[in-house]
Design a protein around this ligand. Structure first.
Ligand code: GLC
Length: 427
């Protein structure tokens, strides 16, 4: 069990709440084949804009339904892409015309989103892309759709990154002052990725230290992530993406506040034909694994062009809803346990209470190393039934129990929940 390095922003609620919803939404919901399609298909930004800006009309958008669904799934906050790499803005920014108010929908999407989240008691996060493939001052680089344009280098001569960096400061200031989010999620830096002589981008290009100072000044309590390429200015939280850590995340040897971000399928934006949707066990285990290693989970939904969650996403949220309704106590306020992990299990802990998440159902006995004589009472979370700590069964004579190991006596059949949890109250 670790205490992570202290943070400038207010992470107390964040490490308690543990579970949030990421929402990737933008024009890319229309083509519905990954939020990177502009660059994956090398679509000229002008063409992309012409094709999708005039057709963005999410007539089914109901942020209250999103907020209710997030809350029902046990999520305590949500982070929405105010602007993704395509450059399209979901709010009525004064600094661009590439924004939602210039679509058939015609209205700011973030205003009602923030209201809806607050009304459901959820914390608000906004994601802001540092990349911007549509901004005329954003130089062409490895990730840009025009990277293979024969005149890429010449086109870059007219592009002025400091002007783009100032644009970002204006926009981030707008987001912070208009919406007062609890989290700001900036994405991402790649200073070492050059391509055909086109350099990557990092703090020098974003003017990250100015941006950082401005964020801290405008929003002293905001929780800021680590993707500004500022190794000497500590971020509030670190963001391993699409991987499962096997221990507490450390930066320069020190445990830090961290949040894993994951997708239901491979794509962040709505991807109609993508087929690698995670199964219910994976979804629940991802959440448990993360908290068992002291982290948060930000699970992504990519709403459709109409503004709805598609049935597969609803189903996946339903998996969390059912499990969290019975097992939320083993997640909220919990962290990595001080005790060794029993075989085929994960542990989470909150003070004097240890939660044993049983991944593979054993036969009758579960061995808990390091806990002999320490447990006052054990019960299942899904039905509140007692789990005995002793037994007089004759077959125990044949059982080898390692020193300092406590036994739990389980029913033969696995209870009908995806991952059963035994709550141990310590003496
Ligand atoms: C990435 C991708 C992206 C996604 C993000 C979420 O860096 O660029 O599309 O928004 O990760 O963590």
């Amino acid at each position: 069990m670790f205490t992570p390095r202290p943070t400038a922003g207010d992470t107390a609620w964040f490490v308690h709440d543990r579970f949030g919803m990421f929402i990737h939404w933008g024009l890319y919901a229309l083509p519905a084949r990954h939020e990177w399609l502009m660059t994956a298909e090398k679509i000229d930004p002008a063409l992309y804009r012409e094709r999708y800006l005039s057709r963005f009309n999410p007539t089914q958008y109901d942020p209250r339904a999103w907020a209710r669904s997030a809350r029902a799934a046990g999520m305590k906050y949500a982070v929405l892409t105010a602007k993704h790499h395509e450059g399209f803005c979901l709010w009525d920014s004064a600094y661009t015309d590439f924004k939602v108010t210039n679509t058939p929908w015609g209205q700011d999407l973030i205003v009602p989103f923030v209201e809806a989240l607050r009304a459901e008691g959820l914390k608000v996060g906004l994601y802001y892309s540092l990349l911007d493939w549509s901004h005329p001052d954003f130089t062409i680089d490895v990730h840009h759709p025009l990277r293979d344009h024969p005149d890429a280098a010449r086109l870059n001569q007219g592009r002025v990154m400091p002007r783009y960096a100032a644009y970002m400061r204006h926009q981030v200031a707008e987001l912070l002052t208009r919406f007062a989010p609890d989290i700001l999620w900036c994405d991402f830096s790649y200073p070492n990725r050059s391509y055909n002589g086109l350099p990557g981008k990092g703090r020098a290009d974003w003017e990250s230290d100015q941006l950082y100072a401005m964020i801290r000044q405008l929003s002293p309590n905001i929780i800021l992530n680590n993707r500004l390429d500022l190794p000497n200015l500590p971020a509030d939280f670190y963001t391993p993406e699409q991987i499962q850590l096997t221990g507490w995340m450390r930066v320069e040897g020190e445990p830090v506040v961290w949040e894993a971000c994951q997708t239901f399928s491979g794509s962040w934006g709505y991807h109609r034909d993508e087929d690698s949707w995670k199964n219910p066990e994976q979804l629940i285990m991802m959440l448990i694994n993360t908290v068992a290693n002291g982290g948060n989970l930000l699970m992504n939904v990519g709403p459709t062009a109409l503004g709805t969650f598609d049935p597969r996403a609803e189903q996946a949220l339903g998996v969390y809803r059912e499990w969290m309704a019975l097992h939320g106590e083993a997640i909220y306020g919990c962290t990595q346990s001080e005790f060794p992990t029993p075989q085929d299990c994960r542990l989470t802990q909150k003070g004097n209470t240890v939660y044993v998440h049983i991944y593979a159902w054993p036969f009758k006995q579960l061995h808990l190393p390091g806990l002999a004589g320490r447990v006052a009472y054990a019960r299942f979370l899904h039905d509140g039934s007692e789990v005995p700590l002793t037994s007089s069964a004759w077959e125990l004579e044949y059982l080898t129990v390692q020193p300092d190991t406590q036994l739990l006596f389980l029913p033969v059949r696995k209870p009908a929940v995806i991952v059963p949890v035994v709550e141990l109250t310590l003496k």
